[in-house]
Design a protein around this ligand. Structure first.
Ligand code: G3P
Ligand code: CA
Length: 318
């Protein structure tokens, strides 16, 4: 018995990850989220980039997921492989095997030649016990029409309730949107790997955020928003979607954020982690305002600022 206890105690001490609260900054500090890994220093969305972010001590790394032709969840930002690999064509038209033949590193620098496009499963395995993962679900179908119908259905409703979430899923199934298929595959992977506390889901597609809230209430979900002179939706419209889908966080382009907007979102109970902040001056300003996280291609630089404050008493994450 004594021996068993000693083994258990030793095991608890040496178990990887015990020393660090995965995916969360130390109490009171601002979360640093390495954008596409550490995209300033390594080819984005590759394991080399995620390793750089983790080694820099980022609290999280961010990645983008899409569906391959044969339904695998793979990690790639663009719709096509053209910009970040030596191949050509749409991700949706290539099988996992075909995607795995491509070089996803040489475009950045010769030292990264031979890097492969990872699957979400590989990235989660790498991150477990080391680092949190922001999984951004990219749209693989155009949901504009469906969004219109959902908004009509939500008239007079401020926040989703169980029956609204059920209707949302019914409408999405009838529409046969592939975004629901992708969202379900992501949920399934996170559950199978037992990583709900290591993962935050985010998407620019508010319906995708709603699918996750409806079908995986145990997961943290943050809506991505983009507002500038050319954007199709206004700040208020993005906020309407955030409240309707009852997301936990609202991550906008940092140029759209003001101190007043930040305060009002946080007062409403949402966390705010703006993207993609790479300049020291911007980081300093956002840290002084009290953002909850910073999404950056340079997690090392963001860490140098995020650890200078203690926000104890500020909004608490789930
Ligand atoms: O994490 C926020 C950021 O990734 C959103 O923009 O285009 O880099 O996916 P994008
Ligand atoms: Ca992204």
């Amino acid at each position: 018995m004594k021996q068993a206890l000693a083994v258990l105690t030793l095991g608890l001490f040496i178990m990887p990850g015990c020393a660090r609260h995965v995916g969360r900054a130390p109490y009171g500090a601002i979360d640093v989220i390495g954008h596409r890994g550490a995209a300033a220093y390594a080819p984005e969305n590759t394991l080399a980039s995620f390793i750089k972010a983790e080694e820099a001590n980022a609290d999280w790394f961010e990645l983008d997921v899409r569906l391959s032709k044969d339904g695998e969840v793979i990690v790639m930002h663009d719709e096509t492989v053209d910009r970040t690999t030596n191949g050509h064509g749409n991700v949706r038209d290539l099988t996992l095997y075909e995607l795995k033949q491509l070089d996803a590193g040489a475009w950045k620098a010769p030292e990264f030649a031979g890097e492969r496009i990872p699957t979400l499963s590989q990235c989660l395995d790498y991150a477990k016990y080391k680092c949190g993962v922001y999984v951004e679900i990219k749209s693989c179908d155009d949901d504009t029409e469906l969004m219109g119908k959902v908004l009509q259905h939500a008239e007079g409703l401020k926040e989703a309730n169980p029956s609204f979430y059920r209707d949302l899923i019914d409408m999405a199934e009838k529409d046969e949107t592939q975004n629901l298929v992708l969202a379900r595959k992501v949920i399934d992977l996170v559950r199978r790997k037992i990583m709900r506390r290591h993962v935050t889901i985010q998407s620019f597609n508010p319906l995708v955020c709603g699918f996750i809230r409806a079908e995986a209430p145990e997961l943290r979900v943050e809506l991505l928003a983009h507002v500038d002179a050319d954007s199709k939706m206004t700040w208020e419209q993005w906020e309407r979607w955030a409240f309707l889908m009852r997301v936990h966080g609202f991550n906008c382009n940092y140029g759209a954020l003001t101190e007043g907007r930040l305060e009002s979102l946080q007062e409403a109970g949402l966390t705010v982690s703006p993207y993609t902040v790479n300049e020291l001056e911007d980081m300093k300003r956002l840290v002084a305002w009290g953002v909850d996280g910073i999404i950056s291609d340079k997690p090392d630089l963001a860490l140098s600022q995020s650890r200078t404050v203690n926000r104890a008493g500020g909004p608490k994450k789930q």
